[in-house]
Design a protein around this ligand. Structure first.
Ligand code: TYD
Length: 138
């Protein structure tokens, strides 16, 4: 999984059902995402100056959605970087394992919804940037 590169990550359009009283997006296990979702979590009440993320995962696949508001995500695969803004609840960013991410510039009320392929496991994190670079180049 450490061989993933930024090209393996993608912004996906999610299904959107329009009703007269508002829209609905549903994300189905192993249908709208290519992994089984074992955990859902969300970041909220994030100060606009906060820096979130700053880690990579060894095995975890994630789909990240700006459920409300917006935030920026910078991805780094050890060689290439890309900075994206997520601001649509009907789009998701698929992040593969082995990708460093920094998440910041939250708008007021911004909610970062995350669908994850595994339960929380601190041993799946690489939080030290130098360790990440060493792990990628191994
Ligand atoms: P972390 O994943 O580092 O947050 P972010 O990438 O959004 O900045 O997690 C922050 C803290 O929350 C850390 O102590 C681990 C804990 N945590 C859990 O206990 N369970 C979870 O599912 C997640 C995502 C985090």
């Amino acid at each position: 999984m450490k061989n993933s590169v930024i090209a393996d990550c993608m912004v996906m359009d999610l299904p959107k059902i329009r009703t007269r009283n508002g829209d609905i997006t549903s994300i189905n296990n192993a249908v709208d995402v290519d992994f089984f979702v074992k955990r859902v979590y969300y970041l909220y009440d994030v100060p606009s100056m906060a820096d979130r993320g700053a880690h990579a995962h060894k095995l975890l696949n994630q789909l990240i959605v700006a459920a409300t508001g917006s935030f920026c995500i910078e991805l780094f695969d050890g060689v290439d970087r890309v900075k994206l803004t997520l601001n649509r609840p009907d789009q998701g960013l698929l992040i593969r394992p082995g990708i460093w991410r920094d998440i910041n510039e939250f708008s007021g009320g911004g909610i970062c919804l995350v669908l994850a392929s595994h339960e929380y496991d601190e041993s799946d994190y690489i939080r030290d940037y130098k360790n990440f670079l060493a792990w990628k180049s191994r």
